[in-house]
Ligand binder design. Structure first.
Ligand SMILES: NC(=O)c1ccc[n+]([C@@H]2O[C@H](COP(=O)([O-])OP(=O)(O)OC[C@H]3O[C@@H](n4cnc5c(N)ncnc54)[C@H](OP(=O)(O)O)[C@@H]3O)[C@@H](O)[C@H]2O)c1
Length: 438
């Protein structure tokens, strides 16, 4: 199955400022969220539960946004016990949230806002895969609805408490963002394309899991573009390969031999959630400008190494120019961040990914050659990505965390910077949420 080529007229470019940066995990994990409200969707299991627990440990009031309220109550009780939070009010279950239902998303947002006038951190984590073909009342494929449209509409419907938290952060002064929105994406976004928003939402074959995870990144990009200057940070995360109930929906993955392989090779949710937690905390840990500061330091683009490479003659000028460019990046509130960890943050994964496949209806021989070249690239990269998914956690575990454990800010797929499609996704989400503009 191939997806059509992105609209040639659309702006598809990767900002030149996107470089690999290491996250200083000691600084980031010391962020204090006392007095801040965080909403984690899909917190009944897996990454959501692990993230909610980590945020409660950092002092946040954590609201669990779940469709199974009874299960969420049990999880809330367990998190309170695990973290020893002083007050029951600090880990609470929100109103029922079923991302498959527009009505549920709207009523959740209404009730949440009346209870919590400020939302400092939204973690759009809930997601699913391996669903049978089905559509919502409005004709949207359920996977596109649950993984993309529901979370995007939720974000837009929560605009008031998010922007209120951001404004409060600005009033209080200091650096960094006052609010933060995190989307849990996936490595699969690197071979997807969303060329037409109506097709993505309504054509089951186009709105695949991978496409929904690309749409998450594009929406994160749009949040940064629209709300970044107002004090809202935005990022998307590839959590790597995690052994969670996500795989239970598929007969192949839930067969006993595959379960044995996954439970050995894939990370447990607490380990897999590390990059999600880093993305959640990073804007609140920064002591420098909103875009960078102490929480992140350059990795591959390391300034000192570049200085050494520069000849003596140009050294001062080049280093100064480089520093100025890096500082300009750090000042860029509107920059989306994409975080990955371990082997998933390697340049093999980010730089060699095939991107979305060429058009099915590409012209003649040239089209056939482009498709064949894409298939070869996809096959090679896919085999490497599979190897990464089987080796990432075992390497980390066997090395006692010395190998494959760093979280990095890395470039997301080139298509994720498509401004025209991202803006359309924003509008679709606004329609569902019942809000305009933004
Ligand atoms: N596992 C991986 O290897 C992996 C890799 C990359 C990205 N991810 C992403 O990570 C996120 C979390 O997945 P996970 O691995 O932690 O899986 P998980 O344990 O199955 O958790 C998924 C969560 O989403 C919730 N959810 C599903 N449908 C929902 C709906 N209609 N409305 C509200 N909540 C809903 C589930 O709630 P219920 O308990 O009610 O079902 C559950 O709490 C997903 O977005 C997934 O795409 C996972």
């Amino acid at each position: 199955m191939t997806n059509p080529r992105p609209n040639a007229a659309a702006e598809t470019r990767r900002p030149s400022s996107v470089r690999v940066r290491a996250v200083d995990e000691r600084v980031v994990s010391s962020a204090d969220l006392t007095g801040k409200t965080a909403l984690v969707t899909g917190a009944t299991s897996g990454l959501g539960r692990a993230t909610a627990t980590a945020l409660a440990r950092r002092g946040a009031r954590v609201v669990l946004g779940c469709r199974d309220v009874a299960a969420a109550e049990k999880v809330a009780t367990a998190i309170r016990a695990e973290t020893g939070v002083a007050s029951d009010d600090l880990v609470v279950v929100g109103p029922r949230l079923d991302l498959a239902s527009d009505d549920s998303v709207r009523s959740f947002a209404r009730e949440f806002t009346s209870e919590h006038p400020r939302l400092h951190l939204l973690v759009n984590n809930a997601g699913t895969n391996f669903l049978k073909r089905a559509f919502t009342k409005s004709g949207v494929g359920v996977i596109a609805q649950i993984n993309f449209l529901g979370p995007a509409a939720l974000t837009r419907a929560l605009e008031a408490p998010i922007l209120a938290a951001a404004a409060e952060g600005r009033e209080k002064g200091g650096a960094g963002a006052g609010a933060n929105v995190v989307h849990v994406s996936s490595v699969t976004h690197r071979y997807a394309s969303v060329a037409s928003v109506p097709k993505f939402l309504r054509d089951w074959d186009v709105g695949s899991y991978a496409a929904t995870k690309l749409a998450n990144v594009m929406f994160a990009y749009e949040i940064a573009r629209r709300w970044g200057k107002r004090g809202v940070a935005s990022s998307a995360v590839d959590p790597g390969a995690v052994y969670s109930s996500l795989w239970n929906n598929d007969a192949f993955f839930s067969a006993r031999p595959m379960k044995a392989i996954l439970s050995f090779a894939y990370a447990p949710p607490e380990d897999g959630a590390v990059a999600v937690v880093m993305a959640s905390l990073a804007p609140f840990a920064r002591t420098g400008a909103a875009g960078g500061g102490s929480g992140e330091k350059e990795a591959n683009g390391d300034r000192d190494r570049d200085r050494r490479r520069n000849g003596n003659r140009n050294r001062k000028t080049d280093a100064a120019a480089h520093d100025a460019a890096a500082d300009a990046d750090d000042d860029d509130d509107a920059r989306t961040r994409f975080y990955a960890r371990g082997l998933f943050a390697s340049s093999f994964i980010s730089a060699l990914a095939p991107g979305g496949s060429p058009a099915e209806d590409g012209p003649g021989v040239a089209g056939a050659l482009a498709r064949a070249a894409w298939s070869v690239k996809f096959g090679l990269w896919g085999a490497g990505a599979l190897a990464c998914s089987l080796l990432d956690y075992p390497l980390r575990r066997l090395s006692g965390g010395r190998v494959a454990s760093a979280t990095r800010e890395v470039p997301s797929s080139a298509m994720s910077y498509d401004a025209a499609i991202a803006s359309e996704l924003w509008d679709e989400a606004g329609k569902v949420a019942g809000v305009r503009g933004g």
